[in-house]
Ligand binder design. Structure first.
Ligand SMILES: Nc1ncnc2c1ncn2[C@@H]1O[C@H](COP(=O)(O)OP(=O)(O)OP(=O)(O)O)[C@@H](O)[C@H]1O
Ligand SMILES: [Mg+2]
Length: 276
C-alpha cells in the first residue's frame, strides 16, 4: 500500500462515535476478531482459533457479533433453535442459547433473525454489554466474530473487547480498509496496540512485510503520541491453503479435519502466542 496517502482520512465517522470506556480485564480474555474489508477470513480464524485454544485446555466462547450478516452457524454446520435474538428478547436464557460446537468450544450464534440489530440502538448497546458481562466470568476466552468495516455497530462490538485482532489479506483493497479500521481503533478507541493476522499470504514473510508497511503509515498519521507510541503487532501469518476452502465447502472445522495443513499450524501457533 502507498505510504504517502491517508485512505482513512475521508472515512465517515459513525453517527454515535461515543464508545464506553474499555473494561479492565476481569474474567475471560476478550478478543474481537475484525477486518476492514469483508470476506477476508474472520469467521474461519475465529472458529479455528477457538478450537486451538480449547485443545489447550481453555474454556472458550465464540460470540457471533456480526449481528447483521451472521454466518458462523453455516461454517460450523450448526442449526440452532435458540440464538442471541432469543436472549435479547428474553425468550431464552443464556444457558439455553449457548451451544457446544465441534472443536470443543461453545458458541452463541446470532442467527438470521438479528437483522433488526444491525443498527446500533441504545437497546442493542445495553443488551450486548449485558451479555458480555454475563459470559465473562464463565469462560477463559470470549472471542467476538465481528462484522467488517467501521460502522457504529461493528465499532461498538469491538469496544467491548480488551484486545483486537485485525484480519487482512495481501490485496491492496484489504490493506487500505485494514488501515482505515486500525486508524479508527487507534484514534477513536484510543488503543495503543492492535494485533494483525495476515491471511491468505502468498509467501513466507509477507505478513511481516505488510505489518511493517502498515505500522509505518500509522505512525505517520496516528502518532506517535508523546510517551505512547502505537504498536501494530503481527500475531499470525496464515498462507492461502486449499484445505481452508475444502473445510468451508464441507462445513467442517479445518483444525479437526485437516490438522496438519499449513493454515492449521499457523492457527495453533497463534493460540500458543496468545497463551504466552
Ligand atoms: N487461509 C485461507 N486459504 C484459502 N482460503 C481462505 C483462507 N482464509 C479464508 N479463505 C476463504 O475465504 C472465505 C471467506 O472466509 P470467512 O467467511 O471466514 O470471511 P469473513 O471475513 O468472516 O467474511 P464476512 O466479512 O462475510 O463475515 C472462506 O470461505 C474461504 O473459502
Ligand atoms: Mg464472517
Amino acid at each position: 500500500m502507498s505510504t504517502t496517502s491517508d485512505p482513512a482520512a475521508s472515512a465517515s465517522s459513525p453517527a454515535q462515535p461515543a464508545q464506553p470506556p474499555r473494561p479492565a480485564r476481569s474474567g475471560a480474555h476478550t478478543l474481537a476478531v475484525t477486518s476492514g474489508k469483508g470476506g477476508v477470513g474472520k469467521t474461519f480464524v475465529t472458529a479455528n482459533l477457538a478450537a486451538a485454544l480449547a485443545a489447550r485446555g481453555q474454556k472458550v466462547l465464540v460470540l457471533d457479533a456480526d449481528l447483521g450478516l451472521a454466518n458462523l452457524d453455516v461454517v460450523l454446520n450448526l442449526h440452532p433453535k435458540l440464538t442471541l435474538h432469543d436472549v435479547f428478547t428474553e425468550k431464552a436464557t443464556l444457558e439455553q442459547a449457548i451451544l457446544p460446537a465441534p472443536g470443543g468450544f461453545s458458541v452463541l450464534l446470532a442467527g438470521s433473525g438479528m437483522v433488526e440489530y444491525s443498527r446500533l440502538t441504545p437497546e442493542v448497546r445495553d443488551k450486548l454489554l449485558h451479555i458480555i458481562d454475563l459470559v465473562k466470568p464463565r469462560f477463559d476466552w470470549v472471542l467476538l466474530d465481528t462484522g467488517a468495516g467501521i460502522s457504529d455497530v461493528v465499532l461498538y462490538a469491538i469496544s467491548l473487547a480488551t484486545d483486537v485482532l485485525v484480519v487482512a489479506t495481501p490485496e491492496p483493497t484489504s490493506l487500505t480498509d485494514a488501515y482505515a479500521t486500525i486508524k479508527v481503533l487507534a484514534t477513536q478507541q484510543e488503543r495503543r496496540q492492535v494485533g494483525l493476522l495476515v491471511n491468505q499470504a502468498n509467501r513466507v514473510g509477507e505478513g511481516k512485510l505488510i505489518c511493517g508497511q502498515l505500522q509505518q503509515v500509522l505512525q505517520r498519521f496516528v502518532g506517535p503520541v508523546p510517551g505512547q507510541g502505537f504498536r501494530l503487532e503481527l500475531l499470525a501469518e496464515v498462507k492461502a491453503d486449499p484445505a481452508v476452502k475444502q473445510a468451508v465447502l464441507k462445513r467442517q472445522l479445518m483444525l479437526e479435519h485437516y490438522p496438519g495443513c499449513d493454515a492449521a499450524q499457523a492457527i495453533k501457533a497463534l493460540a500458543s502466542k496468545l497463551l504466552g
